[in-house]
Design a protein around this ligand. Sequence first.
Ligand SMILES: CC(C)(COP(=O)(O)OP(=O)(O)OC[C@H]1O[C@@H](n2cnc3c(N)ncnc32)[C@H](O)[C@@H]1OP(=O)(O)O)[C@@H](O)C(=O)NCCC(=O)NCCS
Length: 417
Amino acid sequence: MAGALDGIRILDFTHVQSGPTCTQLLAWFGADVIKVERPGEGDITRSQLRDVPNADSLYFTMLNSNKRSITLDTKNRTGKYVLEELIKICDVMVENFAPGALDRMGFPWETIQRMNPRIIVASVKGFGPGPFEGCKVYENVAQCTGGAASTTGFRDGLPLVTGAQIGDSGTGLHLALGIVTALYQRTLTGKGQKVLCAMQDSVLNLCRVKMRDQQRLGRGPLLEYSQSSEGIAFGDAVPRAGNDSGGGQPGRILKCKGWETDPNAYIYFITQAQVWKQVCEVIGKLEWIEHPDYAMPAARFSRLNEIFNEIEKWTMTRTKFDVMDILNKVDIPCGPILSMKEIAEDASLYATGTLARVEHPVRGTYITVGNPIKLSDNDVPVERSPLLGEHTEEILKNILKLDQASIDTIKASGAIG
Ligand SMILES: CC(C)(COP(=O)(O)OP(=O)(O)OC[C@H]1O[C@@H](n2cnc3c(N)ncnc32)[C@H](O)[C@@H]1OP(=O)(O)O)[C@@H](O)C(=O)NCCC(=O)NCCS
C-alpha cells in the first residue's frame, strides 16, 4: 500500500527535537525525507545522552526514523551549490535553526523562492515577531513562556515543566499540519509559501483552557479548582491547579493499593456527572445519590475534597488495574498512572504500531514510538534512523542525477566531509 505523501520530497534541515518530530511524521506518511547534516558531527542529538558507546543516541534514533541522511557543509561554496540543487527538486524545506541562521547562510526566503517558486519553507522558531523573536529557545523555555509552567504544579509549589514535550514535539506537530495544508493550497495555486510555528504559540495553543480560565477569573472564582472549595482566594492570574481536572468534570489522582511503595500506584478518577449514581454505588455511598448536597454537580463543587477523600478510601483497597476494571464496567472515566516501564511492556501498543521495535546496525534493537496518527490507507512501517551521511552518495547520484566526475569534485571540495 502506498504512503499518503508518496511523491513529496522534504529537504529536512532540522536538528534537535522540534523540527525532527515534524519531518519524522511526514516520513511516516510516505514522504521522502532527506536530512541534511553537518559533516563530522551531524545533528547534535546523535551524541547527546548517549547510552551505547559510538552508537547514535536514542534521542536521535527515536526522532529520525524513515529518513535518509546526507552530510553537507552548507557554508562551503560547493556545499551551497548542492543545497541549491536540492532546493530546486524538493517540495518542502523544513528548518529550525536559530533566528537568522538561514539568512546568514545565504538562503533567505526570497532566494529560496526564486530557486523554486513551488517550495514550501517551514520553520520552527522560539517566538513569533515581537520583542523576543531573535531569541534561541529550547523546550522548557517554551513551556515557561507559553503559559504551561505557570499553570502546572501545586498552588504552594514552584511552577513546573511537564515531561510531555509540548514545546518541541508539540510545535513539530503543529508545523506538520501547516506543511500539509500548504501542500494542499499549492495544488490550487501552484505556489509555495512560508509556514512558521513559534514554540510559544504552540504551547499557548495547547494551554488554551488556561486562557479560558484567565478570562473566567474576572467574573468570579473558578469553582472546579480545589482552592475554591478550600476557601482560598484567587489572585489576578490563573493559579496552578495540582491534579484538578481542566474541564467541567471534576477529577483527581487517587491512591490505590500499594501506593506506599509503588510511586505509580494511583488512578485518575473522574466524577463525571452522567455517572454520579454509579460512582456512589461503587464506593458504597448510596445516600449521596439523591442528597441535595451531592446529587447535582453545582452542589458538589464546594465538597470536592470530601468526595474525593471518600472515593480514595475505596480506591486504596484495590490495585489501579482492578479499579480500572471495576469503573469501566459501569462507564466511569478513569485512567491508571502508567509508568514508562509498564507502557514499554504493553503488547497492545506494539500491535497497533504505536510502539515499535527497530533493528539498528550499531546499537542493536531499540524501542521507538511509532506514528500516533493512524490512516487506513497509509501503510508505512517504522524504519531505523539513518547513520550519519549514509545516503550522501545515493542522493547525489540518484536524486540530483550527478555524474561520477561531479561527485568526485564535490568530494574533493570538502563539502560532504
Ligand atoms: C535549538 C537552538 C537553540 C540550537 O542552537 P545552536 O545549537 O546554537 O544552533 P543554531 O541553530 O544557532 O545553528 C548553529 C550554526 O550552525 C550552522 N549550521 C547548521 N547546519 C549546518 C551545516 N549543515 N553546514 C554548515 N553550517 C551549519 C548554522 O548556520 C548556524 O550558523 P550561524 O550561527 O553562523 O548562523 C536553535 O537552533 C533555535 O533556537 N532553534 C529554533 C527553535 C527550536 O527549534 N528550538 C527547539 C529545538 S528542539
